[in-house]
Design a protein around this ligand. Structure first.
Ligand SMILES: [Zn+2]
Length: 422
């Protein structure tokens, strides 16, 4: 809230910006080289007849004329024209949670910059805009409730008033009180758009042929490395139903049962450089940050779960194969029995995919299979999976190699003893 400060504490007088009228603040901002323009009284929109940020200026005569015509006009700073980027935190849209997540990921140093408090409980963080980067304005651009004002945008500035509430600088964090921080590099990475003369490669061209991966090589670091690649994200996004591949941009959660009208999820890089799915409304905080393979498995299971190492590898391999990034290992699976029922066909195809993925990791290894896992992996319900597995075992398409607890391990073919029932 506003703190009473003796007028002689600041030579510039901006300490007291909240005591000023917008006309005086406009002159001061302009003196510092910022480009400003008037907004309609008590509103966030440009004054009637104005072209908004396109008219922004630091010319004192122009400013005097505007505020002479409309003394109660609000004040805006044109962000792009002023070489500023403003991050707008809207707590009503989940912005406070998103900000807390970003502090957890990157540390809180980025909060040390001039900050305006909006009338509605939000805050505007001001940054120096890096030269040579295109930084378009956008809603939910850094996650749910975190809008960005950059090129082609503006920020309502103190001491504007909207709905009787006054914008003011956070105490100690006025533009004249605190140095303007450079936009953090990680934020620039999330926001930047490549220059127009360097178009992003078209995914369709880049992914035309799957990687020829020798069986047994997609494990450990080689497999984990995929999680860091934008190419992996571009490839798997359609399978996951992700509406965007832009990191940081909020969208409606695609997890099963998570029906929300508001954008509540976003993709980021975690500290290890992996692309992760962040579910800001996750009922269980332990399941807030998920690997893309976990998102996929959740959609197939119908339930969000943390995957074990082996499960994680299997679902990642499946994503890679289904996205066309990697060719599955060839599997010598005997032909389907003639006249097989649809559930049997589904399980048969699912097993081919399972071995094809498993063998990219460990060639010739048996595949673990429970009815529950089979239902998620292959499609039909658990009862159908049980029946189908029975039919495939009987026909000698697969055999049980071992049983460990409730989990059976299977291999293709009839096995040493020939076909046998489960
Ligand atoms: Zn969700």
């Amino acid at each position: 809230m506003s703190v009473a400060v003796a007028p002689d504490l600041s030579a510039e007088g901006l300490f007291l910006v909240e005591e000023w009228a917008c006309a005086e603040a406009a002159r001061a901002y302009a003196r510092w080289g910022l480009k400003v323009f008037p907004l309609a009284p008590d509103a966030k929109v440009p004054i009637a007849g104005s072209r908004g940020f396109l008219d922004a200026t630091d010319d004192p005569a122009r400013l005097a004329a505007w505020w002479a015509a409309t003394p109660s006009a609000n004040l805006a700073i044109a962000t792009g024209a002023s070489d500023l980027v403003v991050v707008d935190v809207d707590p009503r849209k989940g912005g406070a949670d998103t900000l807390a997540f970003l502090v957890q990921q990157h540390g809180g140093d980025f909060l040390q910059t001039p900050t305006a408090l909006t009338g509605g409980g939000g805050q505007h963080l001001y940054y120096r805009r890096p030269a040579g980067l295109r930084l378009p304005s956008g809603v939910d651009r850094l996650g749910p409730g975190l809008d960005v004002r950059g090129d082609g945008g503006y920020a309502v500035a103190p001491p504007s008033t909207v709905a009787t509430r006054r914008y003011h600088w956070e105490f100690g964090y006025g533009l004249d009180e605190h140095p303007l921080a450079a936009l953090p590099a990680w934020m620039g990475d999330l926001l930047a758009v490549p220059p127009v003369d360097e178009p992003a490669p078209s995914p369709r061209v880049a992914f035309a042929s799957p990687d020829a991966v020798p069986a047994g090589t997609l494990r450990g670091p080689a497999l984990a490395a995929y999680a860091t690649k934008q190419r992996f994200l571009e490839g798997v996004a359609p399978r996951l139903g992700l509406p965007t591949t832009a990191l940081g941009r909020a969208f409606r959660c695609v997890l099963p049962g998570h029906d929300e009208d508001r954008p509540s999820a976003a993709l980021y890089r975690n500290r290890a450089g992996n692309i992760v799915y962040v579910d800001f409304h996750a009922p269980d905080p332990a399941l807030k940050v998920l690997a893309l393979a976990e998102v996929y498995a959740a959609q197939r299971w119908g339930k969000v779960e943390r995957l074990s190492g082996q499960q994680y590898a299997l679902w990642t391999l499946r994503l890679l194969v289904e996205a066309g990034l990697v060719a599955p290992a060839p599997v010598p699976l005997p032909p389907l029995p003639p006249g097989a029922r649809p559930a049997v066909v589904k399980v048969y195809n699912g097993l081919r995919l399972l071995f094809g993925c498993r063998w990219l990791h460990t060639p010739g290894a048996p595949a673990p299979f429970s009815w529950r896992f089979g239902a998620a992996w292959c499609g039909p319900g658990q009862r159908h999976v049980g029946e189908a597995m029975g039919a495939l075992l009987k026909a000698g398409v697969i055999h049980r190699q071992a049983k460990v607890g409730g989990l059976s391990l299977f291999l293709p073919g009839p096995g040493k003893d020939g076909a046998r029932s489960p």
